[in-house]
Ligand binder design. Sequence first.
Ligand code: ADE
Length: 231
Amino acid sequence: MLGIIGAMSQEVENLKEAMSEVTVENRAGMEFCQGRLKGRDVVVVRSGIGKVNAAICSQILVDRYHVTAIINTGIAGSLRNEINIGDIVLSKDTLQHDMDATGFGYPLGVIPQMDNSVFEGDAHMIQVAEECCAMVIPEIGVHVGRVVSGDQFVSDIVKKAWLTETFQGYCTEMEGAAIAQTAYLNHIPFLIIRAISDKADDSAEMQYEVFEAKAIEHSVKLVMALVEKLI
Ligand code: ADE
């Protein structure tokens, strides 16, 4: 069973419509849609926004549905000039940029008393996702790099520069690292797939409104192909 999480309803709507044999269950205010997608057993769910929602959602996927891998699909703000609106970022790894126990002697982003704070995306899932990109969205730029997550919509050039310099992030969003941490703690592989909706700078809010739908279209196309190809 494969778990597929989107933070917002627009990010999972099309996937749900393409499913068959669907059964729906509500838990923690989230609607878990179990069924078949492209011949695979999947659970598709909208987690809601932010790391807490994302972590709760992921743990329910593990405990209740026994998922063996999690895909997180959605949009993100670009942290690099060469990553354009509409491009795809696949998570080489991910961390929480708002984890700050520096006052306690830990480096920024490091979770106190955990053996790991940078969670690696599954190498096989990344490879298959890259192949799928070449097949279904060949005109779109694809980047494999670090996704930095925090409970913050980044729309400030100074914050953006800080994220790039401090963490070498490729894109920023609000759920990925929480999903990754849950997957890590439960020993299952994960992949974050993010399409760029904005540049996380002072015009991010305006760009987001214009490009959100197009970006979501790219990530949905990719997820459909990936579900079919992934073994
Ligand atoms: N999701 C899409 N764009 C984002 C941004 N700029 N910051 C955080 N999450 C986002």
